[in-house]
Design a protein around this ligand. Structure first.
Ligand SMILES: [Zn+2]
Length: 62
């Protein structure tokens, strides 16, 4: 059960500048969100996962 789901769950993956799949909302890597050994082929959509902690805002862009 996920109390505070990330709104990125259920959406297709996006990629970072390195071409790695990441959650479109929290921008965490596929391996972080879906677990080790998962690939875009295995997991075509972002699985439900918790959103980042409350105090944590999205990483500053620079
Ligand atoms: Zn997310």
């Amino acid at each position: 059960m996920i109390e505070r789901p990330c709104p990125g769950g259920g959406k297709p993956w996006t990629v970072d500048i390195a071409g790695k799949p990441i959650c479109p909302r929290c921008r965490r890597a596929l391996s972080t969100v879906a677990g080790k050994g998962k690939t875009v082929q295995n997991t075509p959509r972002v699985p439900a996962h918790e959103r980042p902690g409350r105090g944590q805002r999205r990483a500053p862009t620079r």
